[in-house]
Design a protein around this ligand. Structure first.
Ligand SMILES: [Zn+2]
Length: 527
């Protein structure tokens, strides 16, 4: 039995209120149906109405879950965030440091800048916590062309964490493959040898990336084993726009050079392949540096009454490099910095400690947050909640509670009494393992991921268009306001917001979300 199932909905005053209302609607209807005598009906109804009013009254009394003082302080923080300098902070970060690949000089400088920001707010406990990722990687340059049957340049870039091509680049005929399983590659070994392999991404990912990620991860080694020269990964964005990503989870260097090819160019290659051989040539210049130390930036405001209990508010500071990482995730980082500034300026320490984290290595597989969780396992049972902000600065809706009904229930009063009026009263049960709440969630920590409208996010995601000018200040600040109000309410609450789940209960949630097999294949989860 999961702790989720253990949770008794009747213990929740909010649920009591809802049940009381249901009772009041149902009882008079029943009375009208069964008592045809006029006086009797009146008497019964008035008695019931009185009972209902009393029940409603008592439910309203107990429904105020967020004490007035906490609400006042939270709204003070909300005001501070709206009028604070977070847009300027975001501008300093994105325009000032540019794209921030994990472990790159830009990322390191940005981490030191962020640590100085926290210190400038008077926060004493600020440090860089190091972890090691398997490889550092930086983009040099890429160029390519179709040689036959047409001579024309190609819109291509290097995939992340892949090696340079050999001196002079690679040149060869293209073979399109629509199955990258080890068996399928072995069967086509003779045809693949000496060729450049174009992966039919549309077909392979047709049923969602989650089912095939582990297989796609392993494919470059199998292709190399049968003598492939290099790989082409078609992009799917119009106008040959390329969005950066890596095929590897974990920051390992690929065994083959892999070029991302623009969508229209990829379609041209496919059409020409139907008529006959297509030859392409490309060169990728990358710098790969072997194991590399990367920074997480951690700041802490100690709690006044329960300093050993902590909540952690996080976003990742690293980014891809085509743009300047403004929405992914400069905005999240600037909002964490702003929340720290406003709480430090409030002049009152929270009851529980609040930690602020700017993670590194997120884009390569949540490496910084995973390393932090592993390094702090001895105190993870005191982590009351993780609040993550990495879905872009779009119009906020509220919080994702990552599949936990018990957390949804205990968040409901905060959502209703504090967040609804500032535009963030929604709670979603969606479960994801796509950003830094993930490693905490696997340990059973109550995890909240800011829930926003992601339409604008996907238009810019990992592309050269991810720049400061796209960030809407009102939506961005509304997200930060929801973050600070929630953090304050949870830090000040008499009891932890929800219990930690045990391993079996976390497993149930992953299974329900269809994530258990994927995370097991990726080495993130042991059932
Ligand atoms: Zn991100």
């Amino acid at each position: 039995m999961t702790r989720e199932q253990d949770a008794n909905p009747l213990e929740s005053p909010a649920a009591n209120g809802a049940q009381c209302l249901a009772l009041c609607v149902w009882l008079p209807l029943g009375a009208n149906e069964f008592h045809t005598d006029g006086d009797m009906k009146l008497n019964t109804s008035s008695l019931l109405i009185q009972m209902c009013l009393w029940l409603l009254g008592s439910s309203l009394q107990i429904s105020a879950q967020v004490p007035a003082e906490v609400k006042d302080e939270a709204y003070k923080l909300v005001g501070a965030v709206y009028t604070g300098p977070s847009m300027e902070t975001l501008r300093e970060l994105s325009d000032g440091f540019g794209g921030r690949l994990s472990g790159s000089p830009a990322h390191k400088r940005a981490a030191e800048w962020a640590a100085d920001k926290f210190r400038s707010f008077g926060i004493k406990n600020v440090r860089l916590e190091l972890f090691t990722m398997p490889n550092g990687w930086q983009r040099g340059g890429a160029r390519g062309q179709m040689v036959a049957p047409l001579a024309r340049p190609l819109h291509l870039e290097s995939l992340g964490w892949v090696p340079s091509t050999p001196e002079g680049g690679v040149k060869g005929e293209v073979i399109l493959i629509d199955d990258v399983s080890a068996d399928a590659i072995k069967k086509k070994a003779d045809q693949i040898k000496g060729k450049i392999v174009m992966i039919d991404a549309a077909k392979i990912f047709a049923e969602g990336w989650q089912k095939v990620l582990a297989m796609v991860d392993a494919a470059p080694q199998h292709l190399k084993d049968v003598g492939a020269l290099a790989v082409i990964m078609p992009d799917h964005q119009a106008n040959n726009v390329i969005g950066a990503f890596s095929m590897d989870w974990g920051g390992h260097e690929s065994v083959l050079p892999i070029a991302q090819l623009g969508m229209e160019d990829s379609e041209l290659v496919r059409r020409l392949l139907e008529k006959g051989p297509v030859t392409v040539q490309f060169e990728l210049h990358n710098i790969t540096s072997g194991p590399m130390q990367v920074n997480d930036v951690i700041a802490e405001i100690r709690g006044s009454e329960l300093p050993d209990e902590w909540i952690i508010i996080g976003a990742h500071l690293d980014s891809w490099d085509f743009g300047t990482g403004a929405e992914d995730n400069g905005a999240g980082s600037a909002s964490v910095i702003e929340v720290a500034r406003s709480i430090a300026a409030l002049g009152k320490a929270p009851r529980r400690s609040i930690r602020f984290a700017l993670w590194g290595g997120e884009e390569e597989g949540l490496l910084g947050s995973s390393a932090y969780v592993q390094a702090h396992l001895n105190e993870i049972n005191k982590c009351v909640a993780v609040l993550n902000n990495d879905n872009g600065p779009g119009h906020p809706k509220g919080w994702k509670v990552e599949g936990r009904n018990d957390l949804k229930e205990t968040m409901q009063p905060i959502s209703d009494e504090l967040l609804k009026d500032i535009g963030g009263g929604g709670l979603s049960l969606e479960t994801t393992y796509d950003t830094d709440h993930g490693p905490f969630m696997l340990q059973g920590v109550p995890a909240l991921d800011l829930w926003v409208d992601m339409k604008p996010y996907w238009d810019l995601h990992h592309k050269s268009a991810d720049t400061y000018d796209k960030v809407d200040p009102v939506d961005f600040k509304a997200g930060s306001a929801i973050l600070v109000a929630t953090a304050w309410a949870i830090a000040e609450a008499p009891k932890p917001i929800a219990a930690h789940l045990d391993h079996a209960a976390v497993g149930e949630i992953l299974k329900k979300a269809g994530l258990d097999q994927l995370l097991t294949d990726m080495g993130q989860w042991k059932p």
